[in-house]
Design a protein around this ligand. Structure first.
Ligand code: FAD
Length: 321
């Protein structure tokens, strides 16, 4: 059954986030040959439309309003409600990012529709669209179908492969001006922590350090390895609590959820709360001097050894490639 699917593209600092392209790929499966329309919200975002077309969107609607320049729950939910009512789609796809996690339940309530959140895979099976999502902090997966005639999902970043970029694809990019009123919160200023390099939640390679790293200095060899692999550095809560690094690096149940192609855990014991944030990574390498460490249970490759010897050796060898 062909469906019209509306995707919410996500923009940060004037750049489209990868999850937008992943959402288009998910929408293509859901559309079963129908139209995929992407809405991007903000101020002067229309210029980003072409890239979304290259990644498979049939049409892009740039929802413009100066009040959408920074995210607020009220502003975005109003604008998304307007664009959903204008477009009247049969399905809605949003990234399971900080933005998506915040706005989607509110939008689902306003639309009076069900929501399947944090989808990691989707397929057409037995005539149904089947959505896979983790439960119990990633210890199990459930498969769900939507019995409602309207499909609303959020997708976990880094799980659904975007379509191949095709610069020859063409499609309409139009602008929709929306009325945004009665904002209960207004963002006066955004003070962003200076982060260097690759965004942790979108990184294809994550080198994570735990209490075994022992100090802020101890993160240096991890950063060098991350630089060689084009990855980002993350951390366990143990390392954050010990003040070796900033909490923005924390991965786990109460931190970020990451699903990179390669996750290298250095000096991390593998507590269940940490595994909740990384056990879906495609390949997991653990470096720990304790052969009994729990992290080895989820690791594809385990290296029993001192991280301060193993990590620099890995970096040196990888530099030669
Ligand atoms: P440790 O458990 O102390 O492990 C350090 C490891 O380093 C050990 O296995 C040791 O063998 C190894 N090691 C030491 N030196 C070296 C060396 N030189 N070379 C190699 N290996 C070495 N934790 C998270 O990570 N994320 C969360 O989101 C999170 N949320 C939580 C929420 C709640 C409600 C609670 C109660 C806890 C949460 N925790 C979370 C904490 C979690 O339970 C663990 O305490 C924490 O993950 C431990 O961090 P760690 O593995 O770095 O430290």
């Amino acid at each position: 059954m062909a469906r019209k699917v509306l995707v919410v593209g996500e923009v940060r600092d004037g750049v489209l986030r990868n999850v937008s392209f992943e959402a288009i790929a998910a929408a293509k499966t859901i559309s079963e040959g129908g139209e995929v329309v992407v809405a991007i919200l903000g101020e002067n975002v229309q210029t980003l439309g072409e890239e979304l077309i290259h990644y498979g969107a049939d049409r892009v609607v740039a929802v413009e309003n100066e009040k959408l320049a920074t995210y607020t729950t009220d502003g975005y939910s109003q604008a998304l409600l307007t664009v959903t009512q204008e477009e009247n789609p049969e399905a809605l796809v949003i990234g399971h990012t900080a933005l998506g996690k915040d706005v989607s339940p509110k939008l689902a309530a306003k639309l009076d529709k069900g929501l399947i959140s944090d989808v990691t895979a989707l397929e057409v099976a037995g005539g149904n669209l089947v959505f896979t999502r983790p439960i119990y902090s990633g210890k199990a997966f459930e498969k769900k179908i939507m019995t409602d005639d309207f499909i609303f999902i959020t997708i976990r970043p880094n799980n659904i492969t975007p379509l191949e970029k095709d610069v020859n694809r063409t499609g309409d990019v139009t602008s929709l001006s929306v009325d945004v009123k009665d904002l209960r919160t207004v963002v006066k200023e955004v003070l962003r922590k200076a982060t260097q390099g690759v965004d942790l939640s979108e990184a294809k390679v994550v080198i994570a350090g735990g209490r075994g790293v022992k100090s802020t200095e101890g993160f240096k060899p991890l950063q060098e390895l991350a630089d060689v692999l084009g990855g980002a550095v993350g951390a366990s809560r143990g390392a954050c609590d010990a003040d070796y690094c900033d909490y923005s690096l924390q991965i786990g149940q109460t931190g970020k959820v990451v699903t990179p192609d390669l996750y290298i855990a250095c000096g991390i014991s593998g507590a269940i709360q940490h595994l909740a944030g990384m056990s879906n990574s495609k390949v997991i390498v653990a470096i720990n001097k304790d052969p009994e460490a729990n992290i080895f249970k989820v690791a594809d490759y385990g290296i029993v050894g001192d991280l301060f010897e193993v990590v620099p050796l890995l970096t040196e060898e990888l530099k030669k490639l």
